[in-house]
Design a protein around this ligand. Structure first.
Ligand code: GLN
Length: 474
């Protein structure tokens, strides 16, 4: 029996009924990693010894008759911008090549009973949509090795889609969980801003970043959300709002639910195959008793421009700490200024430097009002679009991405084209809302398509319910 392609809830059942052991499960995953990792390249670090020792402890616990929790013993991957004590955390950057965090991110602590298989590849500092901006290697899409898995959580997503982990954690600043999930045919959930602690997540754009699960089905997604959500005194932006048990929302029922279709997301530029697939999802929901309501989010067209001012501005500030002194690599120079210049010149990749330059430009005296301040105002308008829309609907349904997975190298020459990958996902981050990408079929080239469900702030539960309902129809 192969185990690497099962879901966490199936494996939990097998573990608790002693049909398999955690050691067998871990060995099965590593066998599969050994067979496919050369081709997929999901990982930057593989934690085999630690995983094997951990599995043994869990088996001892099970044989003592002790209960194990839902994700205990389940193999997982963690994006390499989430701090893991004693295990390298590089953000796929040369500047953090040898950085070993002295502490755990809160999310990793909360998942400490799951078995860590490794740290997943990503775009450097989570800047990108293809994983091609990793300073180490490009990850390949398990559905078509010539194509990107999406990004920036491309390693986390390819690991789950390619059988190298049962579930994973990614981070999503403008779409980095949902876009790769749609490219790889898995479930990717970005929770409400503040729902999950960012303590120990290496900051890219602090007002947008959020950690979330990448899983094979909606049930696993609910389980991981249960494990990672909640207030954390180490992150003052994490919300004190109570966290519901998301498994209670695993109910196939959308009767009476109002689902909005925003006209701005069904326009030229969206691949017709994607549009058709997503419209079919709407039809399916209608057949199942939901009410589909056409609506407008009028400021959508400004979202990319707004995001690509705010995110780089915050990134420029956050990345100031990589100065050759506080963290990571140092390249010597004649004096301190030259040392810092050499370090940053040599150790940051091209996209990171581009963002730092755009960000500092947008924040500089004389341009601050024209760019940064204006972007903040437009962000408020985008937030208001959603608040108005949610007066009339419970959820909003859109494509996750304008196209299916593209070929490796196809977009690298044109950063602006790459930025347009985020057109359907960034508004959700700007508004701080929860959103998920759920698989809904394949293109004629057999590439996965995903649709996005956006919910009201803190209403992840309704998203889970609608996503579960759709999954059940398949
Ligand atoms: N692709 C977007 C960017 O490059 C989003 C990245 C993310 O969500 N981390 O900024």
């Amino acid at each position: 029996m192969s185990l690497y392609d099962k879901t966490a809830h199936e494996l939990h059942e097998l573990l608790t009924t002693k049909k398999i052991s955690a050691a067998e499960l871990t060995a099965d995953i590593f066998n599969h990693v050994d067979a496919v990792e050369d081709k997929i390249g999901a990982y930057l670090t593989i934690t085999r010894d630690k995983a094997t020792a951990h599995a043994k402890l869990i088996d001892e616990k099970i044989s003592r008759g002790e209960k194990i929790s839902a994700l205990e013993g389940i193999p997982c991957a963690i994006k390499d911008n989430i701090c893991t004590k004693g295990i390298k955390t590089t953000c796929a950057s040369k500047i953090l090549e040898n950085f070993v965090p002295p502490y755990d991110a809160t999310v990793y602590k909360k998942l400490s009973s799951s078995i860590l298989i490794g740290k997943a590849n990503m775009d450097e500092f989570a800047m990108g949509s293809s994983t091609e901006n990793s300073a180490y290697h490009t990850t390949h899409n398990p559905h078509d090795l010539e194509r990107v898995p999406g990004g920036s959580s491309g390693g986390s997503t390819a690991a789950v889609a390619g059988g190298e982990a049962i579930f994973s954690l990614g981070s999503d600043t403008g779409g980095s969980i949902r876009q790769p999930a749609s490219f790889c045919g898995v479930v990717g959930f970005k929770p409400t801003y503040g729902r999950v602690s960012r303590y120990g997540l290496v900051a890219f754009a602090s007002s947008l970043d959020q950690i979330g699960p990448i899983t094979r089905d909606v049930t696993d997604c609910a389980l991981v959300l249960n494990a990672i959500c909640g207030h954390d005194e180490m992150d003052s932006t994490s919300t004190a709002a109570p966290v519901p048990d998301f498994t209670k929302s695993l109910i196939a029922d959308v009767k009476g639910l109002k689902i909005g279709l925003p006209k701005e997301y069904f326009v030229k530029g969206i691949d017709p195959e994607i549009e058709t697939a997503v419209r079919n999802v709407a039809k399916k929901y209608e057949q199942l008793g939901a009410e589909i309501i056409e609506l407008s989010l009028p400021h959508t067209e400004y979202a990319i421009a707004t995001y690509y001012i705010i995110a780089p501005a915050e990134a420029a500030t956050n990345l100031e700490r990589y100065d050759g002194v506080s963290y990571g690599a140092r390249v010597d120079g004649a004096d301190v200024v030259e040392m810092m210049t050499n370090t940053r010149t040599e150790k940051f990749g091209a996209e990171v430097k581009r963002r730092i330059m755009i960000g500092n430009y947008a924040l500089s005296a004389g341009y601050y009002d024209a760019y940064y301040l204006k972007a903040l105002k437009v962000r408020t308008l985008i937030q208001k679009d959603f608040i108005d829309a949610f007066e009339n609907v419970d959820l909003i349904l859109t494509p996750t991405t304008p196209n299916a997975a593209f070929k490796i190298g196809e977009m690298t020459a044109d950063p602006l084209k790459m930025y347009l990958q985020d057109i359907c996902t960034v508004p959700v981050n700007l508004a701080g809302l929860p959103g998920v990408s759920i698989p809904c079929g394949v293109t004629k080239n057999n590439l996965p398509i995903g649709f996005q469900l956006i919910g009201k702030a803190l209403d992840e539960a309704t998203i889970i319910k609608a996503a579960f309902t759709y999954e059940n129809t398949l």
